[in-house]
Design a protein around this ligand. Structure first.
Ligand code: SF4
Length: 168
């Protein structure tokens, strides 16, 4: 049985920058929880950041890869650089995945760590742009299939295919 890495905030844990969770209710998630598949992780907390913490965005013109390579910052609203903590968190997520042979993650969309389809553009104005957060990007590079909380059914289909040996 494969485990699935899930953003801790999606399980309702109060780990977001604002001290809140982002609980989602979905039959696929409920099934996985009942089966004991779910491994919860908050990369930003794993990287050493507190709750609450200033909101952060990958700096304008940069992407997750640049952050991981130390070429770009993750700008906090108070002018700091959370990049090193984001990188530590991404590596911790990858380590957790490897320890359990996890192949699939469902991560919170839009987050500078967990976003898989879009992130905010670094201006702290609410503007989005296509791209991935630092953790999502690193996990994908390592071969994990990364989905957002809007894609539970697709993640379930992928999991079934993996378990049927249809995917590498
Ligand atoms: S880093 Fe990921 S798990 Fe942690 S609060 Fe942000 S979106 Fe949720």
């Amino acid at each position: 049985m494969f485990h699935v890495l899930v953003s801790s905030c999606l399980l309702g844990n109060p780990v977001r920058y604002d001290g809140r969770g982002a609980a989602r209710v979905h039959p696929v998630l409920a099934e996985w929880r009942a089966q004991g598949r779910v491994v919860a992780l908050c990369p930003e907390m794993a990287g050493g950041l507190p709750v609450p913490r200033p909101p952060a965005e990958i700096e304008p013109g940069a992407d997750a890869r640049a952050v991981l390579e130390g070429r770009a910052r993750v700008l906090t609203l108070d002018g700091g650089d959370a990049g090193p903590a984001f990188v530590r968190g991404a590596r911790a997520a990858l380590q957790a995945a490897r320890e359990r042979d996890i192949r699939i993650a469902v991560l919170k969309e839009g987050s500078p760590s967990c976003g898989s389809g879009y992130v905010y553009d670094g201006t702290h104005t609410g503007a989005r742009q296509p791209g991935a957060g630092v953790t999502a990007w690193l996990l994908r590079q390592a071969g994990l299939r990364v989905f957002s909380e809007h894609e539970w059914e697709s993640a379930q289909t992928c999991l079934r295919e993996l378990e049927a040996g249809l995917l590498g």
